[in-house]
Design a binder for this molecule. Sequence first.
Ligand code: SAM
Length: 211
Amino acid sequence: MSFEQQRAWMVQTQLEHWGIHDRRVLQVMGALPRERFVPPGERSSAYYDGALPIGDEQTISQPYVVAHMTELLALQGTEKVLEIGTGSGYQTAVLGRLAAQVFTVERIASLSQRAARILAELEIDNVHYFVGDGSLGWPEHAPYEAILVTCAAPRVPVPLLEQLADGGRMVTPVGPRGAQTLVRVIRTGETFKEEQLSAVAFVPLIGQYGW
Ligand code: SAM
């Protein structure tokens, strides 16, 4: 099967099959070449229904998890989004195609640089990159209508709550190392409504408000 066919297969048998229904998310993930974001030795597994190693003991998230977390943000195309954990840049690219602007923070410089290069090749030019501790957010550009965290902390980092816009949504894994709960926080004024969603397993958020 060509990568294009594998991508269509992924949308049908993983995303739609497991309940993703946001047409924009399905369309973007059905067009984005995931094989560009995985190491050369992993390309034949790019559309596999799971996470894959990307080096530096980090992973590119499972396609369904990327779709599910993105769908939970309910992006309309006008938002300024903060992403913590750029990793391979795959999730970043999905956000870039669905929102107005994306600010993404990664603690490993080589991953950030590699992601920036791939997104530039794909002409996704509404993304801003920062290398540092994402548990502190990126206060200079706050507030954000949506925040997506792709690494897990023992609790929701307070700076991220502060940087969420009124009416904004944050999706983040929270819990002990190895097994966490996916949490969505919706801010209304100074009230933060927290929904506990599903069981997930993410790499740790290493930083001042993480591990
Ligand atoms: N969504 C990414 C993708 O699709 O490739 C997967 C990201 S990976 C699961 C989590 C990333 O979070 C890793 O690249 C890791 O280095 C990064 N990370 C961990 N702690 C961080 C921190 N404090 N600030 C920024 N990034 C961090």
